[in-house]
Design a protein around this ligand. Structure first.
Ligand code: SF4
Length: 196
């Protein structure tokens, strides 16, 4: 049965496809993306789907987690298709992401045939303030820890709105609705806990 968040996302112009497992979602992505340039954002969720090699077999894929550097991020941002996760999805159907470099946000904003947010159900939040809280106080500290940043949140797991040179939270992007520049914005919702 369709959840209220799914209904809200659809009302906001996002396509929603739902899967019970990450394997089923990975099969769907591999089958539905072919012959394209594809950018991938930094994401534990995409790593868990183990999708890079399957996409690269049928597309030209740019992912800085495989080829580090700024140039590959620019190529990813300019690809026809961009795949990332989200830090939170609110009850109103808003999609939130926080970024340090900004490449992941740019990839979802630049003109695209298709932007895909792959989201585990642990990313589903309540009303917008709770989603923002999740992005700032759950996802960001865990990501800072994953990246071995020297920030106060890696010590106690809470955001201190730090002034650290290692700060990873420099921009927040909230999609209230699908943007005009993207032909399709899709949430691939997986009924498993994935990523942060
Ligand atoms: S602003 Fe600083 S303390 Fe807060 S989550 Fe980001 S890196 Fe951690």
């Amino acid at each position: 049965m369709e959840t209220s968040i799914t209904q809200a996302l659809r009302k906001n112009g996002f396509t929603v496809t739902e899967f019970d497992t990450k394997q089923a979602a990975a099969d769907y992505l591999a089958e539905s993306i072919r012959g394209k340039t594809v950018g991938m954002g930094g994401s534990m969720t995409l790593g868990a789907l183990d999708i890079y090699d399957r996409l690269a077999a049928a597309n030209t894929v740019f992912w800085h987690q495989v080829t580090p550097g700024d140039e590959v991020c620019v190529q990813a941002d300019n690809a026809q298709v961009y795949i990332t996760s989200a830090n939170a999805v609110s009850q109103e159907g808003y999609i939130l992401n926080i970024d340090g470099r900004g490449n992941r946000l740019a990839g979802t904003l630049m003109r695209k045939e298709r932007v895909i947010f792959v989201v585990g159900e642990n990313k589903l939040a309540g009303p917008f303030p709770e989603a923002l809280e999740r992005a700032r106080n759950t996802a960001a500290p865990l990501n800072a820890g994953r990246l071995s940043k020297k920030t106060p949140c890696t010590v106690d797991g809470k955001c201190h709105d730090c002034a650290s040179p290692d700060r990873i939270c420099n921009a927040l992007l909230v999609f209230w609705k699908k943007t005009y520049w993207c032909d399709s914005m899709e949430v691939v919702l997986i009924h498993e806990d994935l990523g942060y």
